[in-house]
Ligand binder design. Structure first.
Ligand code: ADP
Ligand code: NI
Length: 218
């Protein structure tokens, strides 16, 4: 099995599937998640090939991209078979992808080290400098405000206020981004998350100071 060749082919396969997507799951998200998964895999002594390949394929079964999770997973399975990836490796990758795209309240935890790594890498892409850029890009695409000091924070909003599109970019930090550091699985994932978390807190400090026309240096 030529691992480098399969990884190159996977990049091409995913690029083709994601080229028509407009939900923010562009191929550069896939690129970043696979780079981060590789970095964590090296630190955690995990199977780097499985981590990188699962990262490259992780969004294919997402309902935002495939008609259904089943169709997306079948596509991945067939592709892995075409590439002559051994059955055991293929089953591992499919397990990672299906657990990650699992919808519903009680997401099962990732079973293997490699799965934990890919999930960490995906979550890391939502925080830090990149995470900040993605939130504002997403909010802008939805026509939402970046910030509105008059609005209550998400926890204090009524369902109606929330649904009517009052969810600003800044709100999303409290709703999701600042919670992600506590959801990391691996030690190195936690370390990267802490760095990125600290950067977001500093960013918010500057944001609020600048909003009021104050100096952000204290
Ligand atoms: P996932 O990659 O886990 O499927 P989502 O599709 O929920 O993530 O989000 C993709 C990106 O858009 C993330 O970076 C996320 O922070 C951002 N995003 C999602 N929902 C909102 C929102 N309501 N406001 C601002 N940004 C959002
Ligand atoms: Ni993703």
């Amino acid at each position: 099995m030529d691992k480098d060749h399969i990884l190159t082919e996977a990049e091409r396969f995913v690029k083709d599937i994601l080229k028509n997507d407009s939900s923010g799951h562009d191929c550069w998200h896939i690129y970043r998640v696979s780079r981060t998964a590789k970095t964590i895999a090296a630190m955690e002594q995990a199977d780097s090939f499985v981590c990188e390949l699962a990262a490259l394929l992780h969004d294919v079964a997402d309902e935002k991209i495939s008609q259904s999770e089943e169709i997306g997973l079948a596509l991945v399975k067939n592709w892995l078979a075409d590439q002559q990836v051994p059955l055991e490796t293929s089953a591992h990758i499919v397990e990672i992808i299906s657990t990650m795209s699992f919808k519903g309240g009680n997401r099962p935890p990732m079973r293997t080290l490699e799965g934990k790594i890919v999930q960490d890498a995906d979550r890391l892409d939502a925080i830090g400098a990149i995470g900040i850029a993605r939130v504002f890009a997403y909010s802008g695409a939805k026509g939402r405000a970046m910030h509105d000091p008059a609005l209550p924070v998400r926890e204090q909003m009524t369902q109606e206020e929330y649904r009517s599109g009052n969810d600003t970019a800044i709100n999303h930090f409290y709703e999701k981004l600042l919670k992600l550091k506590d959801l990391m699985n691996t030690d190195y994932g936690k370390q990267l998350a802490w760095e990125r978390h600290a950067f977001m807190l500093a960013y918010l400090d500057h944001f609020y100071a600048e909003w009021e026309g104050k100096s952000s240096i204290r």
